[in-house]
Design a protein around this ligand. Structure first.
Ligand code: BDR
Ligand code: CA
Length: 347
């Protein structure tokens, strides 16, 4: 079924819940990944490169979980680990548009890959900025490309403002970010959006069709403890690395609060691209709060079945987004592990 926000159509707001049921792709989807690798970005890269329905054309890196140089290194080391072919990788923004960088080292460890220590890479990053790699890849394509962003959206916002004419070459932006319920960086804001709210605001109001893979589903795809332990005990380098990433224990130095990573996180957003039937989506208007108040960095999802109310009608800053709200956890875990470690993986 066609979503109400198919590219090229004017924005129209639904008067009630609009389900969105994208079809499972029948041929490889050309994709650019935008990452801040990161424990779960690493898992997403492994899945995307190994899945036959994803054609990773470029990877752009941004400061987020770690500094951008570290993110580039981590990305290349993960590509090495899985024996990936040469994929252009470029460094992008060093910091958010307005905010100072606030790396998530307490969650992802000092390097961004927890306790995983991979050999130095021989890969060399592209000698251009991520925004130029986006331009080059989009300008060269004869098929619209899906942008999958798993990080603060600084690179994408710079791209939107620099090359607006190329936006029509983007099929859709699938973003891990935001939430229609709970936050993680704050009570209501998710890390990627909170880290650079202005960038997210620019990207979400760019007019490109959107799919939001937020904390509503992100937090639910938990790898059971026995499976994490078995992976960590494996002699296979990829399985062992997955086990170490998933078993990483994050400790907040201020509060002492700790947790084991456990979720496939960003990788779930790529799963939603290739197997949308494992998720339930609804289309709702979304806007990022860029005020300096309590809700800064929150994705405000207007789930009222009408427009208007005492606060007035929604303006053009509210853009409809297909939001993943339910997930079939066991099936997504099977998809993830069959792709990354199963016999079908290109190993
Ligand atoms: C997001 O923030 C980062 O720490 C993770 O890599 C993920 O993209 C979750 O809020
Ligand atoms: Ca990430």
């Amino acid at each position: 079924m066609e979503p109400p926000h198919t590219k090229g159509q004017p924005v129209s707001y639904q008067a009630a819940v609009t389900p969105y049921a994208p079809e499972t792709p029948s041929e490889p989807v050309p994709v650019i990944l935008d990452v801040d690798t990161g424990i779960d970005d690493a898992m997403a890269i492994m899945f995307a490169v190994r899945h036959p329905l994803v054609d990773v054309q470029a990877i752009t890196c941004v400061a987020g979980n770690a500094s951008v140089d570290q993110v580039v290194r981590n990305t290349q080391q993960i590509l090495d680990l899985i024996g990936a072919p040469e994929i252009p990788v470029a460094a992008g923004a060093l910091r958010p548009l307005v905010e100072v960088p606030r790396h998530a080292s307490w969650v992802h460890g000092e390097t961004g890959l927890g306790t995983v220590d991979l050999p130095p890479t021989q890969r060399t990053p592209e000698p251009v900025h991520a925004v130029e790699l986006l331009r080059r890849t989009l300008a060269a394509t004869d098929r619209p490309i899906t942008l999958v962003t798993l990080a603060p959206m600084t690179n994408l916002a710079l791209f939107v403002r620099t090359y607006p004419d190329l936006l029509e070459r983007i099929e859709r932006i699938v973003f891990m970010g935001g939430s229609a319920s709970i936050g993680n960086a704050t009570a209501v804001a998710e890390f990627n959006v909170w880290h650079d709210p202005e960038a997210a605001h620019i990207v979400l109001s760019s007019g490109v069709p959107l799919t939001m893979y937020g904390l509503d589903v992100f937090n639910r795809v938990v790898v059971p403890a026995e499976r994490r332990a078995a992976l960590k005990a494996s002699a296979d380098p990829i399985e062992h690395t997955l086990g170490a990433l998933l078993g990483h224990v994050a400790v907040d130095p201020d509060s002492g609060h700790s947790f084991e990573y456990q979720v496939i996180g960003d990788a779930g957003a790529v799963c939603a691209l290739v197997a949308p039937d494992l998720f339930t989506f609804e289309v709702w208007p979304v806007q990022v709060d860029i005020s300096q108040g309590l809700a800064r960095g929150a994705t405000v999802v207007d789930r009222r079945p009408y427009d208007g109310g005492e606060g007035g009608e929604r303006d053009s800053e509210w853009r409809p987004s297909a939001i993943a709200l339910q997930v079939q956890v066991p099936a997504v875990l099977d998809l993830f592990f069959d792709t990354v470690t199963g016999p079908a993986a290109n190993r």
